[in-house]
Design a protein around this ligand. Structure first.
Ligand code: NAP
Length: 284
């Protein structure tokens, strides 16, 4: 990759960002497509977010990704917000188009495409979502748009899960059943088709921790963990030992990045290409 006076800039805004695979993904795509872009990760403290976003516009950046803790806080600084990002209530991708700063959310499509790759459908399924944070919103949005039959959201605080599902009420179909839960209320063998861990339990600094005991579910349940580092969390390892199908979050990361790249550049690479590029850097 040659950086010169015509190079267009892309970046990640987060805090922290040192763990991110996004520079590896986006720079590999630019190189493969022979596009003169460079992608850099910037650690931006919350107090500096507004000035950072303004600065990117002034510097002629083509686009940016936004990660924790800025995904919701960035929204007031944008001129337009896509429909998906409005439903989810968070932005993970910004495109800079002259004076327009357009916010998108590609996590939902990333989650959907990851499941499609694994031959798992959300349609008519009973889904349990663990954790009521930012990423869980994209999972809930995918369940709504793919017409899951039942969507159960579990938080450590039942009031929080209730408020959370109330916020989605206007987007759901009349047939969809919702339940707000806390961990002590999850029933054994409740017939979940898919259980999604949207908490940080299992990744640094919570390695080895479980969001819930997989033995609570039948072995026909698909366990999904949005965490991709480690490749298999304790949740997935235990589920696998019980004979369950398990899926980590790498596919979601890859597909959300591909979609962001397409928004900025009009074309993108394949998921297979990105998997191979990451695997060459030891990321599987
Ligand atoms: P977040 O907004 O901080 O939400 C995480 C939620 O997990 C919290 O809202 C909390 O829910 C729950 N939680 C936090 N600490 C916990 C603990 N000690 N015990 C039990 N529950 C706890 O984070 P996020 O952005 O949603 O990310 C969640 C996970 O998804 C992270 O591991 C992140 O790396 C991963 N992720 C992956 C992708 C991908 O592309 N694969 C994309 C985004 C995020 P309650 O307060 O409701 O219990």
């Amino acid at each position: 990759m040659t950086v010169n006076a015509s190079t267009k800039s892309l970046c990640l805004l987060g805090h922290p960002v040192s763990h991110s695979f996004s520079p590896a993904i986006h720079n590999a795509i630019s190189e493969s497509l022979n596009l003169n872009n460079v992608y850099v990760a910037y650690d931006v403290e919350p107090k500096d977010l507004q000035v950072a976003v303004k600065g990117l516009g002034a510097l002629g950046f083509k686009g940016a990704n936004v990660t924790v803790p800025h995904k919701t806080e960035v929204m007031p600084y944008l001129t337009e917000i896509s429909k998906e990002a409005k439903i989810i209530g968070a932005v993970n991708t910004i495109s800079f188009d002259n004076n327009r700063l357009i916010g998108y959310n590609t996590d939902c499509i990333g989650f959907e495409k990851m499941l499609i790759d694994e031959d798992v459908s959300l349609r008519n399924k009973k889904v349990l979502i663990l954790g009521a944070g930012g990423a869980a919103r994209a999972v809930v949005a995918a369940c709504i748009t793919n017409e899951s039959a039942e969507i159960h959201v579990c938080s450590r605080d039942i009031m929080k899960s209730q408020t959370y599902i109330n916020a989605f009420d206007k987007y759901a179909t009349a047939k969809q059943l919702w339940k707000a839960l806390t961990y002590s209320l999850i029933e054994i063998n409740a017939g979940y088709d898919i259980v999604v861990n949207c908490t940080p339990l299992g990744m640094h600094p919570h390695e080895g921790k479980l969001p819930i005991d997989p033995q609570m579910f039948s072995n026909g349940t698909v366990l999904v963990d949005l965490i991709y580092n480690p490749q298999k969390t304790e949740f997935l390892l235990q589920g696998e030992r019980l004979g369950m199908k398990v899926i980590n979050g790498l596919g979601m990361l890859i597909h959300q990045a591909l979609e962001a790249y397409r928004i900025w550049n009009g074309n993108t690479e394949s998921a297979e290409f990105v998997r191979k590029a990451l695997s060459e850097q030891g990321i599987k």
